[in-house]
Design a protein around this ligand. Sequence first.
Ligand code: AGP
Length: 609
Amino acid sequence: MCGIVGYVGKQDATEVLMNGLARLEYRGYDSAGIAVFENETIKVAKSKGRLADLAEKMKQEGKPSGHAGIGHTRWATHGEPSDVNSHPHGGGTVTIVHNGIIENYKVLKDFLIKKGRVFESETDTEVVAQLLDYYYVENHGNPVEAIVKTLKDLEGSYALGVIFADFPDRVFALRKESPLIVGIGEGENFIASDVTAILQYTKKYYLLEAGEIAVLSKQGAAVYDLHYQKVQKELKIADWDVSEAEKGGYAHYMLKEIHEQPESIRKTITPRIENGLPNLEECGITPEKLLTFRKIHVVACGTAMHAGMVGKYVIEKLAKVSVNVDIASEFRYREPLVGEGDLVIIISQSGETADSLEALRLSKKLGAKTLAIVNAKGSSIARETDMLIYTHAGPEIAVASTKAYMVQIAVMYLFAFELALAKGQIDETECRRLTSVLQETPEKIAEILANKEKAQMIASELITADSLLYIGRGLDYALSMEGSLKLKEISYIHSESYAAGELKHGTISLITENMPVIAVATQRNLFEKTISNIKEVKARGAKVILVSRADYQPEKDVADMQFILPDEEDLLMPMTAVVPLQLIAYYTAVLKGTDVDKPRNLAKSVTVE
Ligand code: AGP
């Protein structure tokens, strides 16, 4: 979704803004722009397309030069991607950048048109700029008063970076729902949608809350509430390093992040293991508390929801507690049967996904306890949940989630082990054994990564396919969902995941020699069943790629190609088996020449519903 940066200080603002926007590219965008004070005048440069298009435009038309300004990458919601709809937008003396959606923009626009205001773009953002200017004029040039009045009129979600022509050494910011932080430097200050945008300049930042207004100058950043009172903010220090948000020699962030998985697992689980047993006490989870939950719901979107699917199989098998997995956008509008005595687990890499955040709020309102598994520190979901387990994957830049999924499932395992022990479904010895098997997974993943050429070969067989099927049973079905999503989102090849036993109920009619099937068969008790399903598709001409374990091999010719996984306990197989699926998706996209890290139409953090 849209990215925002703002800067005031001693450096070249255009350069700082463009660097910041480059760090936010991963969020997904279709146009970009900046507004910089050149002496006392606001100079705007904006363009449809990538940051490179904006840079080219500035080369030809002149680059704004100054020390304060705001920048934006836009992911279109109101109005198509175009130069004119790109941010920043102006209204009189005000220029703004905006992330979010103003739900009542039509009413506000009608009001402003009646007041004689003329609009250039189709965006809801321009309405905010004009409204700010309207109140600014009405309030005799007081920016904070204009912001407070505007804010009271706005319905919807927003993070806003604002500059007023009369205040060339100030940047103003406010937010509701959409994220925004204030970066604190030495003689320079920043605003940004997330810390990755400012890491190269400072690690210090404030989290801006709804109803707070930040006023930045070179000397400092003051935050006010709606009654113009100064708010004392807690200074946060980002524990992400700038190198973590760089490619580090890899061709793509996605490949780098796939390789970071062993380390991400270690960082995430090691602090939560004590004397060989899971210990989630620092996250607010104790064995006594676990015994109070009757039922568990996992609510999330996309890949995070797939991590929940793995969690369901593992929790139900080990702890014998019923688990519902829901897509957040469905859950929040379905009047879910959730209430006291229930635990709702929200999984989210960004911690800002609008539907997941609303699902969390709804669950709390219905009386359930909430546990969030989140990667981005200080994000909205992390702040609003009752219990919180941070995953320590570091910044995930590629839109296609890999290492975040890996640590989400690692946490689901730890949680399931602790729950099963608390419920007396497994004894301490078994819990210790399972925990130590989990601790061994990073080495096994490293082993797979050392042999990734096989995935490359498989990918070369897939690039001509128009459509593909992923099949599996049990945990392998949960994995198939993730494998299929990964492939389609970055390679643009249509693919579906199917429970292997369900094929005969309709989907098998799609099978031809032009539809490859990727079968995942890692579960020993289901192996023969899945092999039968493979034979059924093979008999109908499908090319079969089998992802399976070394100690269970089908007869010759059952599969056309095979990716053999190192030996592993059945229950823990998803931790390793997802790696070849990620690699197959990655290499297929590379061979197809797509924009691997920033696939079309997608945003990394989906902050609108
Ligand atoms: C995964 O590859 C996706 N890009 C997407 O499905 C993602 O997992 C989903 O949007 C949820 O995001 P979150 O984890 O930040 O909430």
